[in-house]
Design a protein around this ligand. Sequence first.
Ligand code: FAD
Length: 394
Amino acid sequence: MSHHQIIIVGGGTAGITVAARLRNVDPSLDIAIIEPSEKHYYQPLWTLVGGGMFKPEESGRDEVDLIPYGVNWVKDFVASFQPNANSVTTRGGETITYDYLIVAPGIQLNWDQVKGLKKAVGKDGVCSNYSIETVASTWEFVRNMKKGVALFTQPAGAVKCGGAPQKICYLAEDHFRRSGVRDDIEVIFTTAGARLFAVDQYREVLEKVAKRKGVEPRFRHNLVEIRSSSKEAVYRHMDTDEENVIKYDMIHVTPPMSAPDFVSGSELAGEGGWVDVDKHTLQHTRFANVFGIGDASSLPTSKTGAAVRKQAPVLVSNLLSLMKQEPLSASYDGYTSCPVVTGYDSLVLAEFDYSGGPAETFPFNQAKERFSMLLLKKFGLPALYWHGMLRGRA
Ligand code: FAD
């Protein structure tokens, strides 16, 4: 059995950012990251990969190059938590004890919850930006689409980056238009939700975008089955439970998501299975030496990397206070951001917090579609991610 002062579960956006920040403050800390993957992906780029603006491989880096100097890497999955014994057990059967635990394993993609999807995705017009294995198929099917019905889906429940299912719809529509086939394609955006966006200021703009582009939104539509042999998407209406079948020529699917099973089945889980943390301090509600951050956490905000960027300094400050037996004074305000790409030269940079109102960075109206904000997403934010955020500097 080994021991580390701080264990971080998950070396994704949140895990690496927190580790880097901790090491920058105190290089003597004994930290281990438990992370099974050799590759780390900047997932926000997958929207642009699906739109043909980047190659899939441009979104990834080797995990080994991102683990901060001096931090131990345990290359395994965590299988279970024993918070009363201050330990975790890996799939490889190793039990590791800790003084402090940070839980950041992200969100789980549940491909199996849509009948026929797992087998179909990546083939015969069924694609998804939501994994590195399937993102290349999005551009392939968008590029080859000449006529028929192009469907885009958003499932019920929390997904990472709630705007992403819409972004690829608008990009594809723009591509159809630019390549002269738009008039022969019906573009339909189906969502299990009741509106296009949670925050009114941005919702109103996106409704106009959809209207201008001739994208037909169908609300309360929850995808339950893909019949790939007949190219049919089967929906259940969220209110009436009625079945509705739409024939497609291409379909971009955002799979249903949930808290990872090994979290929801543990003592760390709260409502919905997420890591149960205080929404301001990020400290676990029952185990004081445990913190949660990012997509796997119960924080009641939209799950994005931008949110993690604001959560990380709060978590680090509060953890260091706890170690010094001082009050936890740093507070997270729910900030999150969603750069909604509306075409190859336009983007609405939505930023908001727990108040439900905008929390914007720039001194201009961000609800307006702008080319400058598209450039920010394409070049500025990836650079900020790799060189600032993951180094604990931004
Ligand atoms: P992740 O970065 O997903 O990291 C979780 C890590 O935990 C992974 O490395 C995983 O391998 C590891 N892990 C999983 N299970 C275990 C286990 N059992 N044991 C140990 N480790 C485990 N965000 C934005 O801010 N802006 C955007 O424009 C945006 N667009 C997006 C578009 C798409 C298509 C997608 C897919 C995501 C987008 N996001 C965007 C969301 C953003 O990528 C996530 O919110 C962010 O990565 C969450 O960070 P995280 O550390 O919680 O999870």
